[in-house]
Design a protein around this ligand. Structure first.
Ligand code: SF4
Length: 576
């Protein structure tokens, strides 16, 4: 075919090709090797017939290609099939299934403290061993609500096998979780730690500690702030005082006129409490004539101000030194979370080894440093054991924590808040930082870069929230007058002072040396892959970012069950 040829349409099956050439439309029938030429004017009439012809051929071929569908074949399905022997659930559970690991591990725990919570007499109870297994397996499989657990006990073969076909309802599960386990969960978990040690899953050599905040089951807007409570209380107290003074004034005038009966004054310096106000109202009621004007003031105190004062006192009691609490879960405190949201939450601190949880505690305050001793004391009390070394981030390196480690002879691998800062170039080159002042032990004096002496001036004491006493020694430069570098060294007008805590410095030096050693470097690296992935697993894999129950004790049960489930998962991974 020449280059001027333009193929319009062709069909291989019908062996027809239609193309344009020299102003003509040519239909080439390959089989017959004949060409039929049409003028362009004739095309309009012929083309329709030609294309229809080709299309018909196509349709015929397509129809020929279609196969007839074969008849479907189904596997035999007989619901009412009778079995010679009753089916066993045992056969339905694979040998390496997680539910078997849960069963075996819980069987190996000492649950005597749990059994001891049952009083004799009355109707029979579900076996606490079975309920504990069901709950731990439920937490392992992200099945947290009691109704869902009860449903699984009716429908899920794994739950049915675990419970021996028993079907406790959601109330029974809830009561067991919220009330029964509440008092013994720490002991049951302690038994699991012993189980892990006995089976060599953990050696209790290195204790990695860290904390995280988990949202509470409480409304985000149900906050009570301690500052507001304090302010409102003071306003109410002031108002009550003014009203009482007014009543006193009226009475005083009346007494001058009618007698010398007098009121017992609250006094300006006396703290006004709801109890004192009640006593005062009682006395005033005997004195004041109900028809008199001052009775209105007394009524206002009684009906309006006193309930307010009682409410603020109750709020103060519930705050218990915290900055806030939630009205829907009184034990929860508002914390700034990692996503910058202000949410009611609990501060959870855990200790791990080999990614096994060996201890956990629930706290209501944000500072992990202040909670460490409480956290670790629980571990010692529950297990009666102590690890060799304790490894933690800069949140834990405080003087009282270091002193605690020393008391129990534990390896100090706790970073302090300036650990990373003192390694920076800026710090190293800052010759006016107190760390770079030269100390002479014999004279107990420091020498500044300008060669002037700083002598001991006074001591300053600080008591921590836990009651630990810190003593800082303050040294003051003898004379900073005329120092050419004073703007680089100090801010105030007086002489430069530095605060030193020899005890804390000694602990820090110990921690610094331990952390810089070869083993210390290994432990620092391990911290990131030991304790932190555990929180990752709980929050992401277990999808546990918010507690389901309310109140610190119930939250403690929930995290205990989560920790047990986590450890069993680790056991399963180690075994298989
Ligand atoms: S300001 Fe005082 S302490 Fe600082 S370098 Fe000068 S003399 Fe020394």
């Amino acid at each position: 075919m020449s280059k001027k040829t333009t193929i319009v349409r062709g069909c291989l099956k019908s062996n027809k090709i239609i193309y344009k050439k020299n102003g003509m439309i040519v239909v080439y029938i390959k089989r017959k090797k004949t060409k039929i030429r049409y003028k362009m004017s004739e095309i309009e009439k012929k083309s329709e017939t030609l294309f229809n012809e080709i299309s018909e051929t196509h349709t015929k071929i397509r129809k020929r290609k279609k196969k007839r569908p074969s008849a479907p074949v189904f596997k035999p399905y007989t619901q009412q099939q009778m079995l010679m022997l009753p089916p066993s659930l045992e056969e339905l559970i694979p040998q390496e299934h997680m539910v078997r690991v849960v069963n075996k591990t819980i069987d190996g725990l000492n649950i005597e403290p749990l059994v001891a919570t049952y009083k004799g007499g009355g109707s029979s109870s579900y076996n606490p061993l079975m309920l504990l297994k069901v709950l731990v397996y439920a937490y392992l499989t992200k099945n947290y609500p009691s109704r869902k657990i009860a449903k699984a006990l009716r429908e899920d073969v794994n739950y049915m096998w675990l419970s021996g076909m028993q079907k406790p309802d959601f109330r029974t599960i809830n009561i067991f979780r919220s009330s029964r386990l509440k008092v013994v969960i720490d002991q049951v978990f302690g038994s699991m730690v012993e189980f892990c040690i006995a089976n060599r899953y953990i050696k209790l050599e290195n204790y990695f500690v860290d904390g995280t905040k988990i949202e509470a089951n409480a409304s985000k807007t149900s906050y009570v702030w301690s500052k507001n409570t304090q302010r409102y209380k003071e306003t109410t107290q002031k108002k009550i005082k003014e009203l009482l003074e007014h009543i006193e004034e009226v009475n005083r005038k009346e007494n001058e006129e009618y007698g010398n009966r007098d009121l017992e004054e609250l006094g300006k310096e006396t703290t006004i409490t709801s109890q004192k106000i009640k006593e005062q109202i009682e006395k005033l009621n005997t004195i004041i004539n109900p028809k008199k004007a001052e009775n209105r003031a007394l009524k206002e105190i009684e009906t309006k101000q006193l309930p307010k004062l009682e409410r603020y006192e109750e709020q103060e009691r519930l705050l218990d030194g915290r900055k806030s609490y939630s009205k829907t879960d009184i034990d929860a405190t508002f914390f700034r979370m990692k996503n910058e949201q202000l949410l009611p939450a609990y501060n959870v601190i855990i200790g791990t080894e080999n990614q096994f949880i060996v201890n956990y505690t629930i706290h209501q305050k944000a500072s992990e440093s202040d909670q460490f001793i409480r956290h670790f004391t629980k571990f010692i009390q529950t297990t009666g054991l102590t690890p060799k070394n304790v490894i933690g981030d800069a949140a834990y390196g405080s003087q009282e924590n270091y002193a605690f480690l020393e008391t129990y002879g534990l390896g100090n691998y706790l970073k302090y808040n300036t650990y990373h800062k003192e390694k920076t170039k800026k710090h190293k080159s800052d010759s006016y930082h107190k760390d770079h002042f030269k100390y002479e032990e014999t004279t107990d004096q420091y020498t500044c870069p300008e060669g002037r002496r700083l002598v001991f001036n006074r001591t300053e004491e600080r008591i921590t929230d836990n009651g630990y006493q810190q003593v800082n020694r303050i040294y003051e430069c003898l004379d900073c007058q005329g120092c050419p570098v004073s703007s680089l060294c100090k801010k105030g007008l007086g002489n430069r002072t530095i605060s030193m805590n020899p005890q804390l410095e000694r602990y820090r030096a110990q921690a610094r040396a331990n952390l810089a050693s070869g083993y210390g470097i290994t432990l620092r690296k391990m911290r990131g892959i030991d304790v932190e992935p555990v929180f990752g697993d709980i929050k992401m894999n277990q999808d546990y970012k918010r507690f389901r129950l309310r109140g610190k004790e119930k939250v403690n049960v929930e995290f205990g069950l989560l920790s047990m489930a986590h450890n069993i998962k680790k056991i399963a991974l180690t075994v298989h």
